[in-house]
Design a protein around this ligand. Structure first.
Ligand code: 3PG
Length: 210
């Protein structure tokens, strides 16, 4: 089973501090979310990923915002269990395939899904989901690319999560709405657990089996 099949929601973690990242991961886990993406948008991102892998039991952790093949190599060395990219870069995909790491590259057009298919991929990120047409665009893509699975990310929230999960080709939704900076800065990790619980409960109404 791939990490994305475990839970249909993938929260993003962005932190400058591995100790904070651990607390965010614990809070998400307490709310029922166990597939986590640490985005490479801070200097400490790989330290955060490594710390979560070391200290938080029972979660799968991937590296997000991975842009280059050399970042793939480093993320793999630091313990990333999967890779997410905002766009589709052949070198990034091939490096992941060489390392047998699951890769979810971002796509926004049919041409990109076709390229992903021809690179042997079965799941892609749909990014930025809301700006690229949201659920209706996903339905249109799924009607042509009948076996491709999508992870919409970018503009997903508790308010529209159900409309994405209702699309059968959506394997999971990603997003930062579960880890708001104001709550993290205030040390209010219970709020993160509550947001995770809310998302799990919405997903449960659409996909009782997950
Ligand atoms: C990503 O990296 O996937 C996006 O920044 C997430 O978008 P969001 O902040 O709208 O959830």
């Amino acid at each position: 089973m791939t990490a994305l099949e475990q839970t249909p929601i993938v929260p993003l973690i962005q932190s400058e501090d591995p100790e904070i990242a651990i607390q965010i991961a614990e809070a998400l886990k307490a709310g029922g979310l166990t597939t986590l993406e640490v985005v490479w948008r801070t200097e400490a991102a790989m330290d955060c990923l490594e710390a979560i892998r070391r200290d938080v039991v029972g979660v799968s952790v991937g590296a997000g915002t991975v842009l280059t093949p050399s970042q793939v190599k480093e993320a793999h060395a630091r313990g990333a269990e999967f890779i997410v990219s905002p766009g589709l870069h052949t070198g990034v995909v091939e490096e992941c395939q060489k390392l047998r790491l699951d890769i979810y590259p971002g796509i926004a057009t049919p041409s990109e899904v076709q390229l992903a298919t021809n690179l042997g991929l079965k799941t892609v990120k749909f990014f930025p989901a809301a700006l690229n047409g949201g659920p209706p665009m996903l339905k249109a893509l799924a009607s042509v690319f009948r076996t491709m699975k999508f992870m919409p990310t970018g503009g997903v929230s508790a308010a529209n999560l159900a409309s994405y999960l209702e699309v059968p080709s959506v394997i999971a939704c990603g997003g930062s709405w579960l880890t708001p900076n104001n709550e993290i800065d205030a040390g209010n990790f219970d709020a993160i657990t509550k947001l995770a619980q809310e998302a799990v409960s919405i997903a449960g109404t659409i996909r009782p089996g997950n």
